[in-house]
Design a protein around this ligand. Sequence first.
Ligand code: FES
Length: 142
Amino acid sequence: MSEEVSRRGFLSEGAGLGALAAGLLLGERQAAAAGEAQVVALSFSEHKDLAKVGGSAQATLPDKAKTEIIVAHPETDRFVCCQGRCTHANGVLAYDAKLKKFVCPDHGSRFELDGAVANGPAKKPLRSFDADQAVVVRGDKT
Ligand code: FES
């Protein structure tokens, strides 16, 4: 289950709990300064597939739009995150570990890990999010 906390609150709490080693921290690239945005926690204990290289997880940001995201673990200690819905016709994206791409099963669009379109029919890139190395996904400020 996800947990909403402030980034500042998480970081201070997380450091005390040693949580930085247990999960994933993601921040929206265009986000406001630290401490202003909400976050959602993704723990490896609850997202076991994400803990392994090649794994992924779906989550929802605590923003007004309840933005669905997909988080992938393509390489050791590297996490990437993009919106979880295809820009073509809103298909639910999956992570293909062999291709190292986000893929849409509906009509075959593929996206690079930074959200760029690799193959259509989608023409618009995915919204992407920065990934650090702790346990939180930060959503839009609402
Ligand atoms: S909805 Fe994703 S390719 Fe059409």
